[in-house]
Design a protein around this ligand. Structure first.
Ligand code: PLP
Length: 423
């Protein structure tokens, strides 16, 4: 198709039957029809190529259609796309579980697979509640969660996400949790300690996105915060859950964010970049002491969870291929180079009218504005610049593939500087 031509037939006939994510269907601008993806490019049905600044919600860390992942998928497809995981296991899943256990710190070595990050969070919350029940401790069912946090869109995950964010509508329909400020200073640390002290007998755990709160606003905090959480969790026998669905696999500069803090959580959730953006897969990984609480002769002590497509063989093969690439290619160095280029490129936004903050951590670059009035209009302006950038709330952010080249990255940052400057 050529520029400006009418959209394809499948688009015109299907659009009235699709329900899109996070969209007011009445007023949202029509979505862009994509023909294919390649490296860091999204190619539209009319032939336009957009440089991708988001890597499909942070998943496509090696770029799209990486030949190594594609070859692994083709091999796995020829033998077995999927088989149920109840009573059966297969090589891709067990190899992946062993590799994740090797990569994660400490004794985080039991891997429970699911198909989406939200489900991985639900499983983590269930593990934490049952961890108490299995040890004869009743009533410890609530969680400490943090303002600015986001943990997914299912009911349990929404309940531990910031209720001022996108899930505010559901606020009253969800089981009550404790939503506090991250312990970034003396006062907030004191407030957290006091809340935990007062309500410890009702609390199962603490859940946090380590170092970077993603979908809640791309906010950063120091590693010291995680050390405070570890100390409080230990003192009051709470399980510490790190939701690394966004931060995992190099995004913040280390393979996992928990490494930067030298803190081992009791449970970690992984998703997003786990398969290099190719297939849905998530994991909830528990430390030995968590697993041990379920190890019993009593069938009621078992973890009663089992997604239909658990440990999908194709997805596990893709994840193994993605881990190969982290081993074989200099991904973490690429993240450092991206951080430097983002700092340099987005720095020009500092001081522009309406800009509140510019910040970079790893391969995450954020320009926070005082406010964004017309989100859809802003998104359209980026498309006109030849880039795919998807601002939300009051932030414009970049989370590109780690394989993006200097020129492509400069096109992204220049587009942001131009669009923000023209506001
Ligand atoms: C995206 C995300 C989730 C939810 O994952 P889905 O696969 O969309 O269900 C949970 N936690 C964090 C930190 C995320 O970034």
């Amino acid at each position: 198709m050529t520029r400006g031509s009418t959209p394809p037939g499948w688009y015109r006939s299907g659009l009235d039957h699709i329900w899109l994510p996070y969209a007011q269907m009445k007023t949202a601008r029509p979505p862009l029809p994509v023909a294919h993806t390649e490296g860091c490019h999204i190619v539209l049905a009319d032939g336009r190529r957009l440089i991708d600044g988001i890597a499909s919600w942070w998943t496509a860390c090696h770029g799209y259609n990486h030949p190594h992942i594609r070859a692994a998928l083709e091999r796995q497809l020829a033998t077995m796309p999927h088989v149920m995981f109840g009573g059966l296991v297969h090589e891709p899943a067990l190899t992946l579980a062993r590799r994740l256990a090797d990569l994660l710190p400490g004794d985080l070595d039991r891997v429970f697979f699911s198909e989406s990050g939200s489900v991985a969070v639900e499983v983590a919350l269930k593990m934490a509640v049952q961890y108490g029940l299995n040890r004869g401790v009743r009533g410890r069912t609530q969680f400490i969660a943090f303002k600015g946090g986001y943990h997914g869109d299912t009911m349990g995950a929404m309940a531990v996400s910031d209720d001022a964010g996108m899930h505010g509508t559901f606020h009253r329909a969800l089981p009550e949790q404790w939503l506090l400020d991250l312990p970034t200073d003396e006062a907030s640390s004191m407030a957290l300690t006091q809340t935990v002290e007062r309500h410890a007998e009702r609390l199962a755990g603490i859940i946090v996105e380590p170092l970077v709160q993603g979908a809640g606003g791309m906010r950063f905090h120091d590693a010291a915060v995680l050390q405070v959480l570890r100390r409080i969790a230990d003192r009051y026998d709470l399980l510490l859950i790190f939701d690394e669905i966004f931060t995992g696999f190099g995004r913040t500069g280390t393979l996992f964010a928990c490494e930067a803090a030298a803190v081992t959580p009791d449970i970690v959730t992984l998703g997003k970049a786990l398969t290099g953006g190719s297939l849905p897969l998530a994991a909830t990984v528990a430390r030995r002491k968590v697993f041990d609480a379920f190890w019993s002769d009593d069938p009621r002590h078992a973890l009663m969870h089992g997604p239909t497509f658990m440990a999908h063989a194709l997805a596990c093969a893709a994840a193994n291929a993605s881990l190969d690439l982290f081993e074989q290619e200099p991904r973490l160095q690429q993240v450092q180079a991206i951080a430097a280029a983002l700092t340099e490129g987005l720095g020009a936004c500092r001081g522009l009218p309406g800009v509140k903050d510019v910040r970079v951590r790893g391969a995450i670059g954020v320009v926070e504005l005082e406010r964004i009035d017309d989100l859809d209009g802003l998104r359209t302006r980026f498309v006109a610049e030849g880039v795919f950038v998807r601002p939300f709330g009051n932030v414009i952010y970049l989370t590109p593939s780690f394989t993006i080249d200097e020129g492509e990255l400069a096109t992204l940052t220049n587009a942001i500087v131009r669009v923000v400057g023209a506001k």
